[in-house]
Design a protein around this ligand. Structure first.
Ligand code: NAG
Ligand code: NAG
Ligand code: NAG
Ligand code: NAG
Ligand code: NAG
Ligand code: NAG
Ligand code: NAG
Ligand code: NAG
Ligand code: NAG
Length: 704
């Protein structure tokens, strides 16, 4: 503390009460701080309510008195500050300056009196005489009346002045920058503060023949006459931002600048009626050598070269073109030499779904950066980024994209694809493959901040892939995803979250497996039930279809002739009855043709087929029922096949004749047989001669 005090005393000589503050700066007079920087001693007295100019060390280079309460600058206020280079008294309450106020400031280069109450009468004759080195004078924002203009006699003393910032308030008639300015051979730069000009014309800038830089931003100009600017041949920078022109003046303005050599042109917010870009707009700029054009914040709806291609080529010198914040629904030019194209905040979404912003007729473009953010883009045409091998940055932020459908394989220099704030939920497999193959060869990074990714089982492959390819993604820590139950999860610990989702999905998969097993089991059970229920029908149709005489059609009994009159179904044990009674009674005596399996079947595997066919080819089937019959597999089979034959081939006409060869109690009979017994007629074999005669007669009748 003490050491620094001594140093300062030796440095400044006469200032007492110096304190070193903890931030390394010094405070003196308890008001200003001062510090060294860039070989300059800077004294900062800003924001301190000062109403008197404080005493300063004579070595000060920069004195900042911004935002105090100074009302005037008295004589010799800075007399000892011979080394002062810059003096800032902006935002005070200055209304008058004494004639000798600046005496001694012969090294002063920059004087800032912005935002005070100075007017035409505040500057005594010769007030600036001492300022022989001044190159920059800022007296803008000093009042909105025509007397706020600096008088010619005051300004013409500033022989070295290069840059002037003033108000230009003249709301009626032609505004002319004063004649005094014509005496300043170095004046190159003019910038306005408060600015209202009714009319500008060839006189307005006439007194500033060497202007290189004009900034009229925020001026209000009611009328722009031809040739206002056409003679400013040295102009390289022109800022007309937010100068509101009627469209007719806009066109005049553009004709005017054809012959200039302007490199940077800012016409932000100059057109406010919906309109197309004038035909041949760019032709006006061909000879200017323009490099940067800001034509943003206007109301252009269409900007393309479709009608007059020849006259609307983007100048080859143009490197930056900013069409942001317009209302474009269509944009297309040949841009072989452009490096930066800003189309932010337009309405090109629909157009770019099918088309490109670039006319590819001239082939390859040098474009390095394209900004398509805020364009309501849902999808982009596949070829949109073709012919632009130098593209480094593609900005598609704040659109409605859900998928990458455009080709990037030609963009071998791509470094950043900004997909932030879109509607991407996940990438499909093809997209992942595409992105990783591009990212592998290039140093591509992708920003997907502000998309609501999904973290459900469907997205699992995508999340896994993202985790494996973390290095591709910018700001991955801030990504969020939405889970199955709509909870928003911050993906700040990617591997852990992926693991958790994997676990959840595993139990989910298990659940699915269980459910599907259950469903399958049910299905099998039902199928089994159905097959069991229709087992006889299935077998009947199966065997019938295998047979040689297959004809699965209901047959009309009266017309159809059968190979056999009756098929006899019986148990082997009762063969005696068949051989000794049935054949003699029915075949020999009555001339009926019977089918008896041991006699009429050829032996072989396909006995079941034979049975089915035999039943099908017989008018009736006679079952000789005995206990042995009930126990025989084949007998039961024959019985059931005959039942099926009745139902499916004879339109429900019964073909079964039951002959009870033995006395059998109802409870011994199977259910189906019992039902038939109850419904249909059946015959019991009487086993006595009298009865037998009747029996055979009845049976013959039934068969025929
Ligand atoms: C001006 O200085 C006063 C006092 O330090 C401060 O309160 C005020 O915020 C300053 N104004 C600006 C515009 O910086
Ligand atoms: C300064 O200006 C005010 C009003 O603008 C005036 O009353 C006063 O006399 C002027 N002072 C000097 C020293 O010119
Ligand atoms: C401005 O143009 C008018 C006619 O358009 C002409 O009479 C006048 O001489 C021009 N002034 C200058 C300074 O060129
Ligand atoms: C252009 O418009 C945007 C959005 O309205 C605004 O943020 C920006 O300040 C404007 N630019 C200029 C230079 O006025
Ligand atoms: C887009 O431009 C409009 C004017 O055309 C402006 O009002 C709006 O704020 C801009 N939006 C963004 C996000 O820059
Ligand atoms: C230009 O791009 C379009 C698709 O946008 C394509 O059909 C055409 O073949 C391309 N022209 C050349 C010269 O490659
Ligand atoms: C892309 O555009 C958005 C919105 O216009 C902006 O915030 C972002 O910084 C841009 N990204 C890059 C890489 O320029
Ligand atoms: C995404 O785009 C690819 C091809 O670029 C396509 O195969 C895939 O089906 C698309 N996915 C969705 C969800 O649209
Ligand atoms: C029984 O099957 C054999 C061979 O499969 C066949 O030749 C024969 O004609 C069949 N008999 C009847 C009555 O269908």
């Amino acid at each position: 503390m003490k050491a620094s005090l001594i140093v300062l005393v030796s440095l400044t000589g006469f200032i007492s009460g110096v304190l070193q503050k903890t931030d390394g700066t010094y405070q003196f007079n308890r008001r200003c701080s001062f510090f060294h920087g860039n070989h300059h001693l800077l004294v900062d007295c800003s924001n301190r309510h000062l109403n008197r100019i404080p005493k300063c060390p004579p070595t000060v280079d920069i004195l900042n008195l911004h935002n105090n309460s100074l009302k005037n600058i008295p004589d010799k206020a800075f007399e000892n500050l011979h080394e002062l280079l810059e003096l800032d008294i902006s935002s005070n309450k200055l209304s008058n300056i004494s004639i000798d106020a600046f005496v001694g400031l012969h090294n002063l280069k920059r004087l800032i009196l912005e935002d005070n109450r100075l007017d035409f009468y505040s500057y005594p004759l010769g007030v600036f005489k001492s300022l022989v080195s001044l190159v920059y004078l800022n007296i803008k924002f000093n009042g909105n009346n025509q007397f706020s203009i600096i008088p010619d006699y005051a300004i013409l003393d500033l022989v070295k002045l290069e840059s002037l910032e003033v108000d230009a308030y003249y709301p009626s008639g032609v505004f002319i920058f004063g004649r005094g300015l014509s005496r300043l051979p170095s004046l190159k730069r003019i910038k306005t503060g408060i600015c209202e000009m009714s009319t500008v014309n060839n006189e307005t800038f006439f007194n500033m023949p060497h202007l290189e830089f004009i900034d009229l931003s925020l001026c209000s100009i009611l009328r722009y006459d031809a040739e206002t600017l056409s003679n400013r041949r040295k102009l390289i920078y022109l800022d007309m931002s937010n100068v509101y022109f009627l469209f007719e003046y806009f066109k005049k303005f553009f004709e005017d600048i054809q012959l200039l050599k302007v490199k940077i042109l800012k016409i932000t917010g100059i057109v406010r009626e919906l309109t197309e870009l004038p035909l041949c707009f760019f032709r006006n700029l061909i000879y200017t050598g323009i490099e940067v054009l800001y034509i943003n914040n206007n109301t252009f709806v269409v900007a393309d070269n479709n009608i007059f291609k020849m006259c609307n080529a983007v100048p080859t010198t143009l490197k930056l073109l900013d069409f942001s914040n317009n209302l474009l629904i269509k944009f297309c030019f040949e841009i072989p030499y452009l490096l930066t194209l800003n189309l932010r905040n337009n309405t090109l979404g629909q157009y770019l779904g099918q088309n490109s912003y670039m006319d590819n007729e001239t082939g390859i473009s040098q474009l390095e950066m394209i900004d398509l953010s805020y364009n309501k883009i849902m999808s982009l045409s596949f070829t949109i980024f073709h012919y632009q091998p130098n593209l480094k940055i593609i900005n598609l932020s704040h659109n409605f994209l859900s998928n990458i459908t455009f080709d990037l394989s030609h963009n071998i220099n791509l470094q950043l694809l900004d997909l932030s704030s879109n509607r991407i939920k996940l990438f499909e497999k093809e997209t992942m493959d595409l992105v990783s193959s591009i990212a592998k060869n290039l140093k591509l990074t992708i920003d997907m901040t502000g998309n609501t990714l999904q973290c459900n089982c469907r997205a699992l492959p995508f999340l896994r892939w993202m985790n494996d390819n973390k290095y591709i993604f910018l700001n991955i820590q801030s990504y969020k995803c939405v889970s199955e139950n709509e909870a928003i999860i911050q993906l700040n610990n990617f591997p852990k979250i992926v693991q958790e989702i994997e676990k959840e999905c595993k139990s989910y998969t298990d659940l699915i497996t269980c459910v599907s097993v259950a469903i399958t089991a049910c299905g099998i059970a039902i199928a089994t039930g159905l097959i069991y229920r229709y087992r006889w029908k299935i077998r009947y149709l199966y065997y019938l279809s295998k047979g040689k005489y297959y004809s699965y059609k209901p047959v009309d009994d009266s017309i159809h002739t059968y190979k056999y009159d009756a098929f006899i179904s019986f148990s082997e044990i009762d063969f005696g009855f068949i051989k000794n009674c049935c054949i003699p009674q029915l075949e020999i005596n009555s001339n009926l043709k019977l089918c008896i399996h041991n006699r009429d079947f050829m032996p072989g595997e396909e006995i079941t087929v034979n049975i089915t066919n035999a039943i099908h080819n017989s008018r009736k089937t006679i079952c000789v029922i005995s206990r042995a019959f009930l126990n025989s597999y084949y007998c039961r089979f024959e019985f059931n096949m005959a039942r099926m034959e009745s139902i499916y081939s004879r339109s429900g006409h019964n073909i079964l004749l039951l002959v009870f060869y033995e006395q059998i109690l109802p409870k011994e009979l199977p259910l189906v047989l019992l039902e038939l017994v109850q419904e249909q007629s059946y015959i019991e074999y009487p086993h006595d001669e009298q009865g037998n005669v009747v029996f055979w007669e009845k049976l013959k009748e039934a068969i025929a």
